[in-house]
Design a protein around this ligand. Structure first.
Ligand SMILES: [Zn+2]
Length: 303
């Protein structure tokens, strides 16, 4: 009997017997990335998002427990394009975990292959605003981009866990099919609104709007991350009135009160739309978040 235990212990040490707790630890910056990573990784991974839904990912207060989580992670996924530049580089540095540093197999930039909108041309200067220097980083509210995010996560998981290749491939195809089905259904729902214009506070809905046939008109922010001047605010009000724009769209973590004033002055309706997984009880998965967001937009535009 003793010999059997000894052999078993040796096998565990050699990795031939996988103990139940040997799931890969995946840490993401956002709930959306976490939800997609769970879909792809299935029971081979445990996934944790550093932030909860309803977070302005541009501005996150780093906490000591984030460093601990990153220190223990096998894989790290971030939105990238400098969305999290204010807090992630420092945390990665302090994590003392070379497995997840940029360039390592355990580091996953979720934007690979995504067609970026609002990409600046020419030299990047501060005149273009404080944020979004490489193009608009709010790409996840488009479910077709969700598929590309899943593909990037799948590729990273296969690199660090080749044994799970078939599981990751299968889970990816299931997610892709579900996302395509949802996209087609919502495109049909939104067909009556095709071409309608929406004014936004921060340009964080543009990928969602474009996928479902809507147009981002003027932004209340003068430039990404730059609060509007009174002159700019007047221009936005005139723009809404002149073009009969129905909606002013803002996220809960953005400048809701300012947006409300613009809506009131111009006669448009204000819609506060949380485009993050887990921001409400109805949006606990990524595809539920997409579904609820688009249906909410549809309802607001129908009245
Ligand atoms: Zn932004």
């Amino acid at each position: 009997m003793k010999r059997i235990y000894f052999v078993f212990a040796c096998l565990v040490l050699l990795g031939a017997v996988t103990p139940a707790h040997a799931q890969l630890r995946v840490v993401t910056t956002s709930t959306d990335l976490a939800s997609i990573a769970k879909e792809v990784g299935g029971n081979r991974v445990t996934v944790e998002s550093l932030t909860s839904g309803n977070t302005d990912l541009h501005y996150v207060q780093a906490r000591p427990d984030y460093i601990l989580k990153l220190n223990r992670a096998d894989m790290f996924v971030q939105v990238g394009l400098e969305l999290e530049v204010g807090w992630v580089p420092l945390l990665l540095n302090q994590s003392r975990n070379p497995k997840i540093h940029r360039g390592s197999p355990g580091y996953c930039a979720a934007y690979n292959g995504i067609e970026l909108l609002e990409k600046p041309t020419g030299e990047i200067t501060r005149q273009m605003g404080d944020i979004h220097p490489y193009g608009n980083p709010h790409y996840w509210p488009d479910p077709v981009n969700g598929i590309l995010i899943a593909k990037n996560i799948k590729n990273s998981l296969m690199k660090i866990d080749p044994v799970g290749k078939d599981v990751y491939e299968k889970n990816f195809v299931l997610f892709k099919n579900a996302a395509m089905k949802k996209t087609r259904e919502l495109i049909t729902l939104m067909a009556p609104h095709r071409g309608k214009e929406v004014v936004v506070y921060h340009t964080e809905f543009v990928y969602l709007l474009r996928r479902f046939g809507l147009v981002q008109g003027m932004t209340i922010e003068e430039l990404p991350g730059v609060a509007p001047s009174p002159a700019h605010a007047r221009k936005v009000v005139d723009y809404i009135k002149a073009r009969n724009v129905l909606l002013v769209l803002v996220s809960p973590w953005s400048n809701v009160e300012y947006s409300r004033r613009i809506a009131e002055k111009s006669g448009a309706k204000l819609l506060v739309l949380p485009i993050q997984t887990g921001s409400t009880p109805e949006t606990q998965t990524y595809l539920d978040m997409i579904d609820v967001s688009v249906r909410t937009l549809h309802k607001a535009l129908s009245k």
